[in-house]
Design a protein around this ligand. Structure first.
Ligand code: PLP
Length: 450
């Protein structure tokens, strides 16, 4: 093992490719993976990682890869950020676990205080911590139902909320998330989503038309008084970075308030500095009753949260909420480190700068390559939709070639989308302009090579 030696030298923040991807050592480990690990897990990038720092990951064969995915929007502050590492080291030496509902500790309380403070809305808020986005979404729904004494949940086309039974039911896309995994939870009602690129109606009135449609369906098919919660991602993540038109989220939020419905923003992917605000709903000044966070909040450790109006969070009887590991002290320490990093390094502002670089480069590529049908997103959450040139027909084959080309050149890019044809960019916010531009130049080559 060379881990002690590796830990001593800093990982250079540069791309460096010495083998094909996967190289021979990665290929050998991937063969072991095939024998030992469930075939139900995908593998977007075929290289086995040994260490990572900032926006660079190194594999078993010594290749250094530019990370434009942040482990699906998780290491927003960069991999192994020093603030996260030092807080985690201190915490793990102090104690590893008590269970917060057995014997509490400060880290959990401090993370809740920070979330109550950072989430939009001047009203009194409280939080509860969990292990994963899906678990937090489940808790959000559970709490909203208990508070309203209603059952129906309104969700949207193209939505993604997780892989547990309830969150599969909330998620829109069948393959691969739901196929054969039913039966699903009931009292879930799916509404049309204004997806600008594929909207058949009048673009100018899209927000109002979509809202009318949603309100009509709620009234006729459910009854507004039966709805416990409306849950929506302020920018849909897995669905393909679908940005709702201005006025849609604020209209939904207003409608929810009028009818005593809890408005839940699932900010698991959009949250925490990613879009150039702490939360994506801030773009429209929306103040959700409840916000779900996970992914980017703890610098890579598993942590999730539900933050809501105090009266909603306090409506549950004692013992109604909890879990063995939720708000684990090491994960809380990591979250406090990540929050410090975001503040000290002004990563909210940095997300806007990264967004501007991404958006202008992608727009320039769209002008050259007709397979790019759409460029969209906000801040450091941008995407391109790949289509057959001259139409809007999804082109997942071209997307796959582009991804493969980038992989061979040591650039990790993620995909998304209901039609499997969206390339999404979620770089760590500590990436340098140079590294980002180098990765984008490789993407340009990949598109030219089609
Ligand atoms: C990833 C994601 C989830 C699920 O989070 P897990 O931690 O994978 O359970 C829920 N909602 C959104 C919007 C997500 O992007």
């Amino acid at each position: 093992m060379t881990s002690s030696l590796q830990a001593q030298d800093p990982l250079p923040q540069s791309r460096h490719i010495v083998t094909a991807i996967p190289g021979p050592k990665s290929a050998e480990a991937i063969a072991r993976r095939k024998e030992a690990v469930s075939a139900g897990l995908g593998m977007a990038f075929p290289a086995v990682i040994t260490r990572a720092d900032g926006a660079i990951m190194e594999d078993l064969d010594g290749n250094r890869i530019i990370d434009l995915g942040s482990g699906i929007g998780v290491v927003t502050v960069g991999n192994s950020h020093p603030r996260v590492v030092s807080r985690v080291q201190e915490a793990v030496k102090a104690f590893t676990h008590t269970n917060f509902t057995t014997a509490p500790y400060l880290g959990y309380i401090e993370v809740c205080e920070a979330l109550n403070d950072l989430t939009p809305g001047k009203f009194k808020k409280k939080s509860v911590l969990q292990n994963s986005g899906a678990e937090a979404v489940e808790n959000a729904i559970k709490i909203a139902r208990h508070y309203t004494k209603r059952q129906a949940i309104v969700v949207f086309e193209h939505a993604y909320h997780g892989r547990t039974n309830l969150t599969m039911a909330l998620t829109a896309k069948n393959m691969p998330y739901k196929e054969g995994f039913g039966p699903f939870a009931n009292e879930i009602y799916r509404m049309p989503m204004p997806y600008a690129y594929r909207w058949n109606g009048n673009a100018a009135t899209m927000a109002a038309d979509a809202l009318d449609d949603v309100m009509h369906k709620i009234e006729k098919e459910i009854g507004a008084d039966n709805v416990a919660a409306i849950i929506i991602e302020p920018i849909q993540g897995e669905g393909g970075f679908i940005v709702p038109p201005k006025g849609f989220l604020s209209g939904l939020s207003k409608y929810a308030t009028q009818h005593g419905i809890v408005f839940i923003a699932d900010e698991v992917q959009t949250g925490f500095a990613r879009t150039g605000n702490y939360f994506a709903v801030e773009d429209e000044g929306v103040e959700p009753d409840m916000i779900v966070t996970a992914k980017g909040i703890a610098g890579g450790l598993p942590l999730a949260a539900v933050t809501a109006r105090a009266e909603i969070m306090d409506s549950s009887h004692v013992g109604g909420l909890g879990g063995t590991y939720g708000g684990n002290p090491i994960a809380c320490a990591a979250a406090l480190g990540a929050m410090e990093a975001i503040r000290e390094e002004k990563l909210v502002e940095r997300a806007r700068e990264i967004g501007a670089i991404l958006h202008s480069a992608l727009t320039a590529m769209a002008a050259k390559y007709p397979v790019i049908g759409d460029v969209r997103g906000r801040g450091a959450m941008q995407a391109i939709e790949i289509v057959m040139a001259g139409s809007k027909e999804p082109n997942p084959a071209a997307m796959a070639s582009v991804i493969k080309y980038c992989q061979q050149q040591g650039v990790l890019i993620l995909t998304a989308g209901t039609y499997g044809n969206v390339i999404r960019f979620l770089p760590p916010l500590v990436i340098s302009d140079e590294l980002l531009k180098e990765a984008l130049a490789i993407l340009d080559q990949a598109l030219a090579a089609l």
